[in-house]
Design a protein around this ligand. Sequence first.
Ligand SMILES: *[C@@H]1O[C@H](CO)[C@@H](O)[C@H](O)[C@H]1NC(C)=O
Ligand SMILES: *[C@@H]1O[C@H](CO)[C@@H](O)[C@H](O)[C@H]1NC(C)=O
Length: 309
Amino acid sequence: MVMKPASYPKPSTSTVSLILLPLIIFILITLIVFPNESKLQAATSDCTTSTTYADFTERVKVKPDIRLLIGVLTLPGNYERRNLVRLAYGFQPEHSGHVDVKFVFCNVTKEEDIVLVALEIMKYDDIIILDCAENMDGGKTYTYFSSLPKIFDDEPYDYVMKTDDDTYLRLNNLVDTLKRLPRESLYFGLMTPCFGTKADHYMSGMGYVVSWDLVEWISTSDVARSHHTGPEDLITGKWFRDGGKAVHMYDATPAMYDYFQPPHLCYRHEFIPDTVAVHKLKDNQRWVRTLKYFNVTDGLKPSKLYHLP
Ligand SMILES: *[C@@H]1O[C@H](CO)[C@@H](O)[C@H](O)[C@H]1NC(C)=O
Ligand SMILES: *[C@@H]1O[C@H](CO)[C@@H](O)[C@H](O)[C@H]1NC(C)=O
């Protein structure tokens, strides 16, 4: 069967002029009544004079307040935990940042993991596989930070976070806090130890944020390259000290803390509304209590398909 091109009735000359004439008249009137309008637009486009409200809101919409990458360091085989963490980040109060949550691990070597992780990537595309052998304190954090400038060279972030899969973050509070802090030389987290000499402080491994300039510094610094084994959070603090980096250390106490079990400690207390992070969520029960406190299932819609007490 031969497909005929769809045909429309051709507009006659009089129809065309009927449509065009009012348009031409409108443009003429506009140019006579608002002769400066085109000049005004030229001025606003190079940002030297005041901008209109519409321009302003447009720019806010296009550019989020901050771009933050959250790397959750985990192991290839931790499927159940990843599923839980993914759900927890999927349902968060609104915030104004651009936040990407990615799971991070080293080379996948087990046969079953290779297939299952590939499926996960196809479904969620939220996994970063680094070139390293899986290790706890053998420099995975170093590999993470130092690989990022190459991976994201086309679209760098403002901040990068390192966290673990037993930490729950409240993204709105995290974004609101970061918005008020410097974009450069920032080292943010739960200051550790809470007592002791200031000189030895570092940010707890439960989750800390460094600005992109520090990520770039880590990726090129001999100080970081030559010393990256040991407790990763302590080592990160040591890089900045040994490297003579004048970092702004911002302590998130009491908004970042360990899941509470008696007794109270400076880094361990009950839930608070302004939480940025809860740590030590090492089993499902702790996750459930935490998610319950923050009312994350309040949005569940009633349906004939299910019923929950
Ligand atoms: C990780 O995997 C890559 C690609 O297969 C390989 O080139 C590299 O040698 C591996 N690295 C380690 C530390 O095993
Ligand atoms: C959760 O909901 C309860 C009841 O509406 C409310 O009182 C409480 O403040 C909410 N908790 C948080 C952390 O928002």
